[in-house]
Write a protein that binds this ligand. Structure first.
Ligand code: GLU
Length: 491
């Protein structure tokens, strides 16, 4: 096929994009960019009852966050618009009329009640569910009569009763469906809205979509689409159904496996470039081993030939590892800018705003190697911004120093020594505190652990002397004072 590459991401605004939806968007975007084609965003909003408030915004924000820019679509328009299906209803209606006129579709007047009892009967008899085709051969007069009775029909497609529908899927090869297993599905509902199947093929045709890249779950809809293309005399696009995404237990990825909402990952401090890299490897690979790939590497190398058939496992640990790698690779200034919103969110209101970029810059080298998300960055460094860290006094009597008097003496001696320090940097602090631990007869691990709690309020923190150096002498002394008070009042 030599048609120019035009692909689309066609979400329905029925929920917030999750990892699976966005993987589809990403693969379409990569395919378009690799082939110098066009990436279209089309909003499939014809199912009014399932519309979710805020979903469209979330689709747009998700694409923007990942940098998946579209060439045609909502907000920017394009030569094939409108790009909201709800604004194209006339086109679908007239297509349905054409299909009826050509003998490929028919009016169905069956009431929901009748369809319901038919389904129950089928279930009872253990027959496959499906419309029993009662209206398939109604005569003109019957149709007029029923219409005159005020019944608004739906329009159904006439599936050929015999034969097979075959199409070639780029990923799965030849796929064959027996027509006898297909239902006379609805094209146009009684409210005049098209179903997904009708609107989807009409738009893919009119928007000159060359390749349909979509999730595996749509594979079973494809024979209907192929038959519709044939009935309309349209050339069908090429299909590529992307492998299903599985959780670590190999069942379909769902909320059970933890969060799957894309924007939730942003909130948790994942970088968009790590997310793009990770999502690209959900079903595609460059080779057996390459993990870290820039956006450019992905665009340069993406091909449908290397999309797998088998399910892709969503491994959160891998994403988190990858995110840590991306965080370490960020320039200092960039990391500072990206950490700020997370610090803003984590720090209590009494911390003065705007936060000091200078201070954050000093923190970066202390935490960069230790954090895997921006949220961890904020969680690990919040005490730098607080006057005195909050912690429970009992922490001061940790595993090493169990005795109140010993702890008090140790903190007081540290306080005294620090007060005298002329130069306050990591080397001088180490030069003071190491020998001091020997003098007072407390193991360095225990002594430093105690001081760590006193100045940071936590048991795990960045390296002690560097941390203290960044905090500054005054603040360290205040923290030690506060620890002394806590110990004195401890019963
Ligand atoms: N509107 C469908 C969805 O929400 C589009 C499926 C397709 O790409 O054909 O996923």
């Amino acid at each position: 096929m030599n048609k120019p590459v035009r692909v689309r991401y066609a979400p329905s605004p029925t929920g917030f994009p999750h990892v699976g939806n966005i993987r589809t968007a990403l693969f379409n975007w990569l395919f378009a960019r690799h082939n110098n084609g066009k990436f279209i965003l089309r909003i499939e909003d014809t199912d009014v009852s399932r519309k979710v408030e805020g979903a469209l915004d979330s689709i747009l924000t998700s694409l923007k966050w990942l940098g998946l820019d579209f060439d045609e679509g909502p907000g920017i328009g394009g030569p094939y618009g409108p790009y909201f299906q709800s604004q194209r209803l006339d086109i679908y209606r007239s297509t349905a009329e054409k299909l009826i006129a050509g003998g490929y579709a028919y009016y169905c007047f069956c009431s929901p009640e009748r369809l319901d009892s038919m389904r129950q009967e089928q279930a009872k008899l253990k027959q496959p569910p499906g419309y029993d085709r009662r209206c398939r051969n109604l005569g003109k007069e019957e149709i007029s009569k029923l219409k005159a009775e005020g019944i608004t029909p739906v329009v159904r497609f006439k599936i050929p009763l015999e034969g097979q529908t075959v199409f070639n899927d780029i990923i799965r090869g030849d796929v064959v469906f027996e027509n006898s297993t297909q239902d006379d599905f609805v094209l146009l509902k009684s409210d005049g809205f098209p179903t997904y199947h009708l609107a989807n093929i009409v738009d893919d045709h009119l928007m000159e979509v060359s390749h349909v890249l979509r999730a595996d779950e749509w594979l079973s809809s494809t024979p209907r689409h192929v038959l519709l293309y044939q009935a309309m005399g349209y050339e069908a696009p090429l299909f590529a159904h992307l492998p299903i995404i599985l959780g670590p237990d190999r069942s379909k990825l769902s909320k059970r496996h933890g969060t799957t909402s894309l924007m939730e990952f942003k909130k948790q401090g994942y970088l968009s470039e790590a997310m793009v890299n990770f999502l690209a490897l959900l079903g595609w690979s460059l080779d057996e081993k390459t993990e870290i790939m820039s956006r450019k590497d992905l665009v340069d190398n993406f091909s449908l030939e290397r999309v797998g058939k088998t399910g892709a496992i969503f491994n959160l640990e891998k994403l988190t590892w990858m995110n840590g790698t991306y965080i370490r690779a960020l320039r200092e200034n960039e990391l500072v800018s990206r950490a700020i919103p997370f610090l803003e969110e984590t720090l209590p209101a009494e911390v003065k705003r705007p936060l000091s970029r200078e201070l954050i810059k000093l923190i970066v080298p202390l935490v960069r190697e230790r954090v895997r998300t921006l949220k961890e960055f904020a969680d690990m460094s919040d005490f730098f911004f607080m006057e005195i860290p909050e912690y429970s006094t009992s922490l001061l009597l940790g595993k090493g120093i169990k005795n109140k008097e010993t702890a008090l003496m140790a903190v007081q001696r540290a306080h005294g020594g620090i007060e005298q320090l002329a130069k306050f940097d990591a080397t001088s602090l180490e030069g003071l505190l190491r020998p001091l631990s020997e003098q007072i007869g407390i193991k360095t691990g225990d002594f430093f652990g105690l001081l760590r709690i006193a100045v940071t309020g936590r048991m795990v923190a960045p390296p002690l002397f560097q941390t203290m150096a960044v905090m500054g002498k005054d603040k360290c002394l205040k923290c030690l004072d506060s620890a002394i008070k806590k110990l004195i009042t401890l019963k």
